[in-house]
Design a binder for this molecule. Structure first.
Ligand SMILES: C[S@@+](CC[C@H](N)C(=O)[O-])C[C@H]1O[C@@H](n2cnc3c(N)ncnc32)[C@H](O)[C@@H]1O
Length: 201
């Protein structure tokens, strides 16, 4: 059964910010590229006093996420159909996000498509604007070239510092990690993820 579309999938009226969709002031976390919804349906259950927005550009994937969500278990989750880019700074209050999760962003492997990659300077500057100082960005990718690109982009950004001794790890030194559909699939094909962790200065 598909969960209540109107409860979970939010519209953003002009002049409003995504912070306003929850009727409380709990800490707000963002996942970009929710895919089939493993993270956005599971992780928030163990953090009931935080709010979560899953930003996903594909309507098909929004519907995949809805199949995993229930109002009973996921009262603190909303989905927003939107393509994240440098315009993200216009969607949230300044310095309001407590954390950001990005698992397996599209790698755009061909050189001529690299400019389509999500992680690049203008996006990182916009993200920094809406993150609280000290808030963390967790990113994973199965794509070796994109992992090196991500490290370079964060290194070049004045807004973030790496929280790992080695910027690319084979696993997170964190209590919780939700294995997504894409991670499982890529592992099966012999491409385990690279994990990166950054802090907004
Ligand atoms: C490779 S899949 C990974 C999905 C999921 N995170 C996982 O690990 O299984 C990438 C997902 O991000 C979405 N996506 C890609 N670029 C996006 C963007 N700029 N903003 C929002 N969603 C995006 C795609 O529609 C797709 O669902």
């Amino acid at each position: 059964m598909i969960a209540d579309y109107d409860f979970f999938v939010i519209e953003l009226p002009e002049g409003k910010l995504l912070n306003e969709v929850f009727e409380n002031e709990q800490d707000l976390y963002l996942e970009i590229g929710s895919g089939k919804g493993e993270f956005i349906s599971q992780y928030p259950i163990s953090h009931p006093s935080w709010n979560f927005i899953g930003m996903e550009m594909s309507e098909k994937r929004i519907r995949n996420c809805l199949k995993k969500l229930s109002i009973e278990n996921n009262h603190n989750v909303r989905l927003f159909r939107h393509k994240a880019d440098a315009g993200i700074a216009e969607l949230f209050r300044k310095e309001s996000l407590s954390g950001v999760f990005i698992q397996h962003p599209d790698p755009w492997p061909k050189r001529r498509h690299h400019r389509r990659r999500l992680i690049q300077q203008d996006f990182l500057s916009a993200l920094a604007e809406i993150m609280k100082p000290g808030a963390q960005v967790q990113i994973s990718t199965d794509h070796e070239d994109y992992s090196a690109w991500i490290v370079e982009e964060f290194l070049a950004s004045p807004h973030f510092i790496c929280l790992q001794d080695d910027p690319i790890q084979g696993r997170y030194n964190l209590d919780e990690h939700i294995v997504t559909w894409y991670e499982e699939e890529q592992r099966r094909l012999g491409y385990p993820p690279y994990f990166m962790l950054y802090k907004r200065i």
